[in-house]
Design a protein around this ligand. Sequence first.
Ligand SMILES: [Zn+2]
Length: 430
Amino acid sequence: MEKLVSLAKRRGYFFQSSEIYGGIQGVYDFGPLGVALRNNIKRAWWRTMVELRDDVVGIDAGIIMNPRVWEASGHVQNFTDPLVECKKCHQRFRADQVSGPRHQEDGGEFTEARQFNLMFKTFIGPLENSSTQVYLRPETAQGIFVNFANVLNSTRMRPPFGIAQIGKAFRNEITPGNSIFRMREFEQMELEFFVPPADEMTWLDYWKNQRLSWYQSLGIRPERLRLRAHGKDELAHYARGAFDVEYEFPFGWSELEGIAARGDYDLAAHQRASGKDLSYFDDIKRERYLPHVVEPSAGVDRTMLTLLIDAYHEEEVRGEQRVVLKLDRSVAPILVAVLPLSRKEPLTQLAQQVEHQLRPYFRTEYDDTQSIGKRYRRQDEIGTPFAVTVDFESVNDHAATIRSRDDMTQVRVPLASLKDALAERLATEG
Ligand SMILES: [Zn+2]
């Protein structure tokens, strides 16, 4: 884990937020490769969950919502963690994460646990009082529930159908940690799938399998993924059933995504609080009902961390250690690096031409700094599946060498068929 965090910083995947000022706990900034990886994750999710289906549509709701949303959803009352404070040093901890009645570091006694609400508060407009207080959303799901009727009335969607959303959410975690695993500002990819009440468990079963196979499709090793059913004691009182997709992180099996059957809890709560009818009338069966909901809720950050951890390999090559990120081609920030063997003309000019020709088809990068060995090492470390090396011979034979990240084989390919050769390799390997 430490090695990965150091690689992430060294190569520009993620940094501590506002690092030059000492950082801020629970918030991370994403560098050039990080944002590319995140965009690829989000694109893959949206493609699978929205574009390739005819029963899901997307929305993008505001981060700040009418505070009544969070009263109705139960977040104002119940979205809390138990908090204790050390009477000596006044540090605060989550009660379920300390052992014993005293702070181990200084022997200070802990206060009684009290409930601490995890929603960030701010004010809307120029007045700062209780009537202008609003929250940063702690989940994207409620933006979907309060728009249920809008989507129903503005589209031809009928249950069973889903509404998907990707966006930032905020939770004032008492103890954020494990790098980007638990953050105070994070990004969710959520689907609320509305179904006839009798079909809820069938759809829960369907979505848990779909979601597990999505992670496998990103190249994550199947033996490090599993589905875990929630025990009765873990379920929210309204939930009919829930599963976690778990990954075997260096710190143990942990939740990567939750899939829950939420009943009609959310729509019923908003219908009651808003006084607006959120029911659906099935005009074939002639019945009116509040749809039940199955919710697969994924995180961009946890998916990113999982992909990086799962792809991280250390190998011994001819007596030297090689660090390589074996990222799947669907998510790798760069697919093809174009490298002139040396920084001399006419090599650099030819290599730049080659990179420009490939750019419309692949995510490419041109690099002519340092020795070729160091450049290969860098591309291995950031997970680039293929490098194209332009050498002095290329000027005469109009060919270049494709080097594969995973098996380090090299093949000579005519420049004219470089694009097709790369496309074929990306479709079958990497
Ligand atoms: Zn203390």
